[in-house]
Design a protein around this ligand. Sequence first.
Ligand code: MRU
Length: 346
Amino acid sequence: MMVGNKWYQSVWFSNNEVCLIDQTKLPFKFEIFKARNYVDVVKAIKTMIVRGASAIGVTAAYGIAQAFIQGNLEEAKEKIANARPTARDLRHAVEHMINFIQKRIEENGKVTKEEVIKEAESFANTTVENCKRIGKFGKRLIKDNTKIMTHCNAGWLASVDWGTVTSSIYMAKREGKDVFVYVSETRPRLQGARLTAWELYNENIKHAIICDNASAYFMHDVDIIIVGADRIARNGDIANKIGTLDKAILAKEYGVPFYVASSTNSFDFNCRTGKEIPIEQRSEEEVKFIDKKLIANKDSKALNPAFDVTPRKYIKGIITEFGIVKPSEMKDLVRRVRKMKKKLER
Ligand code: MRU
């Protein structure tokens, strides 16, 4: 997407470095973080220099390519895959790259560094293509004069380009539809206030930042809620940024359709229900400090789950690269995705 008059993606690979727009600095500074090795890659994911399920997946794919080139793949792969526990995309990307490398070695006796980089690039391109496809399906849900509510950042920063949630919004806007977005601030890391608002502002999309606890106040004015996902269980339960569940429950009470926009890379076939999704617990400091300033009683304990699980009963549809599916149709989609992935593996 455009930043000023220059086109950027949030993650790319150049001169054997994994390059990332530093999301901890936005919207105040636009800086590029260059990961020189897998230790930097792990650090960038853990500290959220790069964040968002799809973007950390692509970072991991490039991180694996870099570790392969630097000859430390064995020690790097589990450390990259475990850098954050909830987003399925991270492990999916590592498995994808490792399978590719092994398959090439089995078939040809070797794999070159150019082939590995090319595969990571193709993984990144597919991520972007998926976002575009999600946008093409999702934009149909957005009529002229629609008021949308979203949470956290499932924008292009979180997905390399276009975004999972924002792609539908950007495409609807490009078709001339008037849209307005309620952006909830997303305590404690403020991805909504800092990142989604910045993206929407750059794209000239009308929006307002609201406190997380103002969702109920504005719900009567919302036409549709669209959020992203970090992991989707086989039954259609989804894990997304903490606070998503509150909005889903409110949406049901107010009769507002609640949609999830996500690529199938976030599907976890091994999780039967949302209860099996591991939820990242982050530090107390993120809650008690803002910009290194203590904002709470210093001796009080703080709890900081980074994600919550929204049960399928609250979800009207999941907007994927294959179309919009109801959680009750998940079985068919899972079958389709499994078949396609097997075909690709051959
Ligand atoms: O902790 P974060 O900022 O990585 O959480 C991100 C989200 O919850 C997004 O909604 C999700 O990853 C989807 S973005 C493709």
